[in-house]
Write a protein that binds this ligand. Structure first.
Ligand code: CAA
Ligand code: FAD
Length: 380
């Protein structure tokens, strides 16, 4: 596989890097502390095309390939993983799901505004009793002819409060198990739809994570995505691509932590020399660099598989599994390289370490990725 980047891909990578340095870096420590993310920054990401990167231009997107998307995700995540998770959810879960499986009317009504960043979306699968075990949906969408009545609770929803449009997975025909699940488009403000309190998190603290409560919410039937009973397949197919975005996020966190460690090791002196001259530190950097490059190849491979219209379930799961492990390991080592300074906020690596952890949990934990990978290789 040749990963030589085109001029356009290099430009996108540079644009994301410039935006991360000039717009995201300045307030990132404060946003982490205050658990906030200003709307102006979201709007700027929209104006630069980061919120609908792969969406066709006719729906207001940037019409780029998945490789360009992961390049941007990597650069944004080096600096601010709270920004990049918003980018990832909006692009690969919400916009991709709507563009691939939505009706023309749904695309016109929702996709165009989502892709331009005018509004943000959320993807709502997880529940108090259905996280990894995603088929155990307790939220119900009862068929009432021309509409559904939605009841239940969703947990851990990224963009939970900021979003205007929510793709909600719910059980319609209990007796059919996962073949009786539907995906519905729910709008903020629909009667009976309430946003629960914000989670106070270890990392990605600028990202708003909320539970959502649905109490007899009337959702028109034209808001169902795909055929009756397609909801679980919709979620799985969407997540297969979503995992490439999170893998790129993990890669970016790792690369960001490594770059800071490299820089610091060349400046900090101990025992009369730069600490990079101590083999224990130099070898840490060597390990980080090697693993990050291996993760990068896996992420690029998964993106290229998707662009080539090959099956990317396996390559995406491998990329997420490995890149998230590398993110955690690298960020911990980057703190070590910084010594005491690594433990305080000003040096950024402690935040990257806290942010890294989530990549091993959301969009399928590492254990779930191993289930996906092992099932795939055993089937073959
Ligand atoms: N593509 C298409 N269909 C798929 C699929 C895929 N990648 N993976 C599974 N399916 C289908 C199966 O074919 C099966 O359908 P049939 O019976 O018609 O064949 C159906 O889905 C159920 O599959 P399984 O029998 O394999 O189901 P399972 O109960 O063993 O669970 C699982 C499979 C992979 C573990 C799944 O439950 C899973 O992915 N769990 C993790 C959930 C997850 O990733 N949540 C993320 C929430 S979103 C999020 O986290 C966003 C964020 O943070 C930012
Ligand atoms: P559980 O499923 O209870 O897992 C607990 C532990 O058991 C894990 O280590 C898990 O790997 C392990 N385990 C479970 N089953 C197995 C098994 N069969 N074999 C081996 N090990 C197993 N969800 C959404 O739908 N939309 C979102 O936008 C979203 N954003 C999130 C943002 C944040 C910050 C967080 C924390 C979560 C988010 N999630 C979201 C939910 C996330 O996808 C789930 O937390 C995740 O899928 C794990 O589910 P759980 O928390 O219920 O853990």
């Amino acid at each position: 596989m040749d990963f030589t980047l085109s001029e356009e891909q290099l430009m996108i990578k540079q644009a994301a890097k410039d935006f991360a340095q000039s717009e995201l870096l300045p307030g990132v420590i404060e946003r982490d502390e205050t658990q906030t993310f200003p709307n102006e920054l979201v709007q700027k990401m929209g104006q630069l095309g980061f919120l609908g990167m792969m969406v066709n231009e006719k729906y207001g997107g940037s019409g780029l390939d998945t490789l360009s998307y992961v390049l941007a995700m990597e650069e944004l995540s080096k600096v601010d993983a709270s920004a990049s998770v918003m980018v990832s959810v909006n692009n690969s879960l919400v916009c991709w799901g709507l563009e691939t499986y939505g009706t023309e009317a749904q695309k016109e009504k929702y996709l165009t505004r989502l892709a331009s960043g005018e509004i943000i979306g959320a993807f709502c699968l997880s529940e108090p009793e259905a996280g990894s075990d995603a088929t155990s949906q307790k939220t119900t969408a009862i068929d009432k002819g021309d509409h559904y009545i939605l009841n239940g609770t969703k947990n851990w929803i990224t963009n939970g409060k900021r979003a205007e449009v929510y793709l909600v997975i719910a059980q319609t025909h209990v007796e059919k198990g996962h073949h009786g699940i539907n995906a519905l488009i729910v709008e903020k403000g629909m009667e009976g739809f309430e946003i629960g309190p914000k989670e106070n998190k270890l990392g990605i603290r600028g990202s708003d994570t909320h539970s959502l409560l649905f109490n007899d919410v009337k959702v028109p039937k034209e808001n169902r995505i795909g055929e009756d009973g397609f909801g679980f397949k919709f979620a799985m197919k969407t997540l297969a691509g979503g995992r490439i975005g999170i893998a790129a996020q993990a890669l970016g966190i790792a690369a960001g932590a490594y770059e800071l460690a490299l820089q610091y090791s060349k400046q900090r002196k101990a025992f009369g020399t730069e600490i990079s001259n101590h083999q224990a530190i130099a070898f840490k950097l060597a390990d980080m660099h090697t693993k990050i490059q291996a993760a990068r190849y896996l992420v690029y491979q998964a993106a290229c598989d998707k662009d080539a219209k090959k099956d990317y379930t396996l390559s995406g799961a491998m990329a997420k599994l490995y890149a998230s492990e590398v993110a955690m390991e690298t960020a911990i080592e980057a703190v070590q390289v910084h010594g005491g300074n690594g433990y305080v906020k000003d040096y950024h690596v402690e935040r990257l370490m806290r942010d890294a952890k989530i990549t091993q949990i959301y969009e399928g934990t590492s254990e779930i990725q191993k289930i996906v990978i092992s099932r795939s290789i055993l089937k073959d």
